[in-house]
Design a protein around this ligand. Structure first.
Ligand code: PLP
Length: 458
């Protein structure tokens, strides 16, 4: 047997280095399940290596979603990774932890609960599922009322700003509710409460306000909306109420702006959603929806199941899911406490201000986001005749930064912004570094011939 025969032989089980095996020499299966097994260390190595080409989550400044948690919590999550959340009879403690989270979040949002009274709400996969559930509750409530009054109930609509997150458009299409959107205008990128209330009619199941617009982080004026809608309800005899999409702001406002009235302190606010995986400080996979009272959640949406060993109520769109995120949310709530969340949110705000000032000082940007709101900086180029925001975003990728550029919705489509979301794990050093890299990019763009930096695709 010659040497070359030996090397190319397929007896890989005797070769311990994955990189000396045939597994790194052939392309990976993409369309069909392979016939034979491969060693676990080889499988691990080749998948891990391909994943190296993903962006670095910590430098992904496009996302609100948590990318860092304490190692102790990582440990708890790994330890519960094999628990199916839906097996509530088998894992009653996990269910209990979810209920405690609901209680705490309902009280954080000032739900009118007595001492020791349980909050009304549920853990979901994220705000999107939470919003589907809240929307369904409004739709069913409205239909029940219309039926009882002998009125048509086939044309439900919902009023929002054109700045709503895509999940509201999904809700509208999947559950056949017309979305009536208040248009934006240049310089005003949230729902105008006066225009929203004008659009309300007898078929409106609710008005959805956003606490922390996805596009600019700005808080909508829920208090004004509440007051105008109260007035309109008095005149018309309708009972149109409000949902607050507090996906990002729900874990910011209570700590940084406790005086701001946006939650159940306002009588027309019936339900609120928040993403546990945004400023709730848990990895992707958890959201919450809470209702003001039991009466705001129609009974017929709740299912009782008994085949898991005990009577259980469920009100979710899916059945099985992981438990780790629920457990991690409980960890964060009791580990950080009010004090800890306030400090984290304060730090995010401080670092947002450092970045904001640094960008302002370049003299090249208009800052579109407000100082009060979600900790992010949204900004446009003052002069985009020579180069545009998409090119700036593309050039920053070279330094590792992942920063999105996008156009605003109707009627402000001609405005393009760059957006940097400040999360817990984005420190001052990184903020200062980012400003330096922005300056480098601006300088390089100045040296480029006009036009080369202004195509939409860079
Ligand atoms: C992120 C976000 C959502 C969607 O939330 P997920 O938790 O990602 O499903 C909905 N609304 C707003 C305002 C958001 O910022």
């Amino acid at each position: 047997m010659g040497l070359s025969k030996l090397i190319s032989s397929d007896s890989d089980s005797s070769i311990h280095s994955t990189f000396a095996s045939r597994y790194v020499r052939t392309s990976l299966p993409r369309f069909e399940m392979p016939k034979n097994s491969i060693p676990k260390d080889a499988a691990y190595q080749i998948i891990k290596d391909e994943l190296m080409l993903d962006g670095n989550p910590r430098l992904n400044l496009a996302s609100f979603v948590t990318t860092w948690m304490e190692p102790e919590c990582d440990k708890l999550m790994i330890e519960s990774i094999n628990k199916n959340y839906v097996d509530m009879a088998e894992y009653p403690i996990t269910t209990e932890l979810q209920n405690r989270c609901v209680n705490m979040i309902a009280r954080l949002f000032h739900a009118p609960l007595g001492d020791g009274e349980a909050g009304v709400g549920v853990g979901t996969v994220g705000s999107s599922e939470a919003i589907m559930l809240a929307g369904l509750a409004f739709k069913r409530q409205w239909q029940n009322k219309r039926k009882a009054q002998g009125l048509p109930y086939d044309k439900p609509n919902m009023v929002t700003g054109a700045n709503v997150q895509v999940c509201w458009e999904k809700f509208a299409r999947y559950f056949e509710v017309e979305l009536k959107e208040v248009k934006l205008k240049e310089g005003y990128y949230v729902m105008d409460p006066e225009k929203a209330v004008e659009m309300v009619d007898e078929n409106t199941i609710c008005v959805a306000a956003i606490l922390g617009s996805t596009l600019t982080g700005e808080f909508e004026d829920v208090k004004l909306l509440n007051d105008l809608l109260l007035e309109k309800n008095k005149q018309t005899g309708w009972e149109t109420s409000i949902h607050v999409d507090a996906a990002s702001g729900g874990f910011i406002a209570p700590f940084l702006y406790p005086e701001l009235e946006w939650d159940f302190r306002l009588p027309l606010v019936k339900s609120i959603n928040v993403s546990g995986h945004k400023y709730g400080l848990v990895y992707a996979g958890i959201g919450w929806v809470v209702w003001r009272n039991k009466s705001d959640l129609p009974d017929e949406l709740i299912f009782n199941i008994n085949y898991l060993g005990a009577d259980q109520h469920t009100f979710t769109l899916n059945f099985s899911k992981g438990s780790s995120q629920v457990i991690a949310q409980y960890y964060q709530l009791i580990r950080l406490g009010f004090e800890g969340y306030r400090n984290v949110m304060d730090n995010c705000r401080e670092n947002m201000m450092v970045l904001r000032q640094g960008l302002e000082e370049t003299g090249c940007f208009n800052i579109v986001s407000k100082e009060i709101g979600v900790s992010l900086v949204a900004f446009s180029l003052k002069d985009n005749s020579r180069h545009n925001e998409f090119k700036v975003a593309e050039m920053l990728r070279r330094f590792g930064w992942i920063i999105p550029a996008y156009t605003m919705p109707a009627d402000a489509e001609h405005v393009t912004v760059l957006r940097v979301v400040i999360r817990e794990d984005f420190s001052r050093t990184l903020a200062e570094r980012l400003v330096l890299d922005f300056k480098k990019v601006l300088h390089e763009l100045d040296l480029l011939p006009a036009g080369e930096g202004s195509s939409k695709n860079g």
